[in-house]
Design a protein around this ligand. Sequence first.
Ligand code: CP
Ligand code: NVA
Length: 328
Amino acid sequence: MPRHFLRDDDLTPAEQKEVLALALDLTDDRFARRPYAGPRTVAVLFDKSSTRTRVSFATGIAELGGNPLVIESRASQLGRGESIADTTRVLTSMASTIVWRTFGQKRIEEMAAHATVPVVNALTDQFHPCQILADLLTIAQQRGGLADGDAALAGRSLAYLGDGANNMAHSYLLGGATAGMDVRIASPASHRPDDAVLADARAIAQCTGGSVTITDDPAAAVDGVDAVLTDTWVSMGQEGEDGRDEQTFARFQVTDELMAASGDGVFLHCLPAYRGKEVTASVIDGPRSVVWQEAENRLHAQKALLTWLMDHPDENTAVHALPRKEVR
Ligand code: CP
Ligand code: NVA
């Protein structure tokens, strides 16, 4: 059975460290590893728009010696209703890894169930775990937690402000807790994280020494943190939904005042950003913003993840200490 990366907690704390350490190595020497030499093909499918994910996977797979095959689902038979199972059988007979950006988490779980090669989540409605690997790498680089090539994140803190129920919030909870971090989510009560994800994050934090705080007070959330983060108030597929307006989220906009309240925290945003909505231009374009380093780190973190998955071909996927509940 191959290892898949469908959620942030598909890597144990020790494994996440290995991936981040490898990402640090690959940042220094981009062409050090060639797991797809041949070249072997990696299929990268998109059911939704993308700039960073598309470019970083295509570039990274090529740098790993492979052939990136980027497929717009709309232009494939998957987009005309061919089943996930049949599509997966065909892809796994030719490709060495499948990367997919799609809608519901169940869709990528179904693909993984039929795949004989690793399946990687390039964003679903519920999680964006590749982004969190890049963000953890960025925080480690910024906060000096790089002792002996180790992305030493335990005890560091992050505060995410805005839509607490979206894929980024969920992945910060799971990925941050896995890293042993103090994870704080500040959101309106109407947009809190999914209960099942929250329970999983708390259980992971208990094992790693991390912690999880959910609040509707942005100033309290950012107090003394290493990193302040936000994301769009309207994720892909949520356009036109009620309650996604400034009235709901304005208090959670990342401003210079909130950055000052954090102390000396850096600012991250997965991008694309909407200046004047979730963040002011003065913050995202200001001296404490590390968003371009964060975007470049998608390349290094994903190359490390793909290399690590290819290095662990025969392992059971059931690494979770916890039984998973349904995620909304
Ligand atoms: N952050 C991120 O995933 O960007 P894209 O949607 O451009 O891939
Ligand atoms: N929450 C955003 C992330 C984009 C990278 C979305 O899903 O649209």
